[in-house]
Design a protein around this ligand. Structure first.
Ligand code: HEC
Ligand code: HEC
Length: 423
């Protein structure tokens, strides 16, 4: 993978982080004013108060933890909204009825997510392969677990998971709850057993207190999964240039005949100006704007990367890895249906610039390589998706598509503390 690309991505994350601190201040103010009603706590996911840890500095103390747990506000079921941009997918939010989101549960899940004590040799946490500093993925081909062991698939991102029901490249986990406890017992990931990780947690009084207050049945492996899933649901991507431009383009299309006469329609004019201001706040180069048109036009990427999270949540064969001697058959291993051979779940493309290398096997190291793959129509094999076509893109069009993904699809991550775990 190109080193300069990684550096570029790191810098961009840093800049995005700074922008975020500013915009999150505004969000935090909104959240405090709207939660005053008492029984319902309405909050926009991404709000740093959800993921910045139990208030305080330095090591987490018993009295801070007790005060946190005693505050009933932290146990109220949250009514969550998505940040601007992603919010057009709100209808797809999936939170199981038996695992409502609360501030205390998100916080417990945060601690567990970063806690290496859940692995067999105290070296690996979820963040080892889904690292906030690496776009919630990992900058290597395959996930590397305890004792340096490698799996056979690339680490997908652990954000915007609230919009997906089925998890993994092949969708074999029916929910985030099911998914979350898998890695603990996977011999080449965290290499532990559920029994022994629960035992470890039971010896950490700060954890026991939290499980007992948050769950009726206290500490169990299922509740570990519920807490981690709840934390993951709180990790969502913030507004990005695409969101602003997409709204402007939609407006211009809907009111094409009226644009000349907007001065006669003050309300519309105001709306139009506000949308234009949004694009100034989140600018894209001309190349990226052309790429956006190609993405849903000539390049037909929206055939699968559809909607606000850029995925149809379906499984497709692009031919990736199909030339191997014994190809990874992906979805087929779950359904045993012939048509699913070599098919993998369409991943989100939000913040895609931060999560190289690409594809289920990490075989493509840059976005340029990915675009070349699509330009030639993928890799021919008997199960290739009929949506894969030779695109005949010009060099400029290829560059435009990459520019769109890098500039248009990069947004803010929530602020997440990685410290202050219980002792
Ligand atoms: C050793 C690296 C490694 C560790 C540790 C790890 N993961 Fe993963 N994770 C992966 C890989 C690789 C996949 C994809 C596996 C597959 O699809 O078969 C994955 C898949 C996922 C997915 C599915 C995402 C999607 O889009 O479907 C989620 C969510 C996830 N992991 C969360 C976690 C959590 C929570 C933990 C900690 C309990 C964790 N992971 C620990 C490497 C890791
Ligand atoms: C037929 C459905 C389909 C179409 C059309 C499609 N994609 Fe994909 N895309 C997928 C699937 C499925 C994967 C994962 C495939 C795999 O790993 O085997 C993927 C993976 C990717 C990845 C890597 C994501 C990651 O996290 O590793 C990028 C980037 C990408 N697509 C961009 C595009 C662009 C740009 C276009 C248009 C030129 C496009 N896609 C068209 C379904 C599609």
């Amino acid at each position: 993978m190109s080193k300069s690309f990684v550096e570029f991505a790191r810098k961009t994350i840093f800049v995005a982080g700074c922008v975020f601190v500013l915009s999150s201040l505004a969000l935090a103010v909104e959240a405090t004013t709207s939660s005053s009603s008492g029984s319902v706590d309405e909050v926009v996911l991404g709000d740093p108060s959800l993921t910045s840890g139990i208030p305080g500095y330095g090591l987490l103390t018993d009295s801070q933890l007790d005060a946190w747990l005693a505050n009933e506000d932290n146990h109220v079921t949250l009514k969550v909204a998505l940040p601007k941009g992603l919010d057009t997918a709100s209808a797809n939010i999936y939170i199981p009825e038996d695992n409502p989101m609360t501030r205390a549960k998100i916080e417990l899940g945060r601690q567990l997510y970063f806690d290496e004590r859940l692995s067999s040799d105290n070296t690996i946490s979820c963040a080892s392969c889904h690292d906030p500093a690496q776009g919630y993925g990992a900058e290597m081909k395959f996930g590397v677990g305890v004792q340096g062991q490698e799996g056979g698939r690339n680490s997908p991102v652990a954000f915007n998971r609230i919009l997906s029901k089925e998890q993994f490249w092949d969708g074999r986990a029916a929910s985030l709850e099911d998914q979350a406890v898998g890695p603990i017992a996977n011999p080449i990931e965290m290499g532990n057993t559920h029994e022994s990780s629960v035992k470890t947690i039971s010896q950490i009084p700060g954890y026991v207190k939290q499980f007992e207050k948050i769950f009726e049945d206290g500490l169990s492996i299922d509740n570990v999964g519920k807490a981690m899933a709840t934390f993951e649901r709180a990790i969502v991507t913030g507004p990005m240039p695409y969101d602003a431009y997409n709204q402007l383009v939609a407006f211009e299309k809907a009111f094409a005949d009226d644009l000349e006469y907007l001065d006669e329609e003050p309300e519309l004019e105001e709306k139009y100006n506000a949308l234009k201001e949004d694009t100034e706040e989140y600018p894209m180069s001309e190349s990226a704007v052309r790429g956006m048109t190609l993405f849903s036009g000539k390049a037909n990427c929206t055939a699968c990367h559809a909607g606000a999270n850029f995925t149809d949540e379906q499984y497709h064969n692009l031919g990736v890895g199909m030339d191997a001697e014994t190809p990874d058959l992906g979805r087929f291993d779950v359904t045993k249906e012939e048509k699913d051979k070599g098919a993998f779940k369409t991943p989100t493309l939000r913040n895609i610039a931060f999560t190289a290398p690409y594809m289920h096997d990490g075989s493509q190291s840059t976005l340029e390589e990915v675009v070349e793959w699509y330009d030639k129509g993928g890799h021919k094999n008997p199960y290739l998706s009929d949506k894969m076509k030779v695109l005949n893109l010009t060099e400029q069009e290829k560059a435009d598509l990459v520019a769109f993904m890098v500039e248009g699809l990069s947004g803010e991550f929530p602020y997440v503390s990685q410290a202050r775990l219980p002792n």
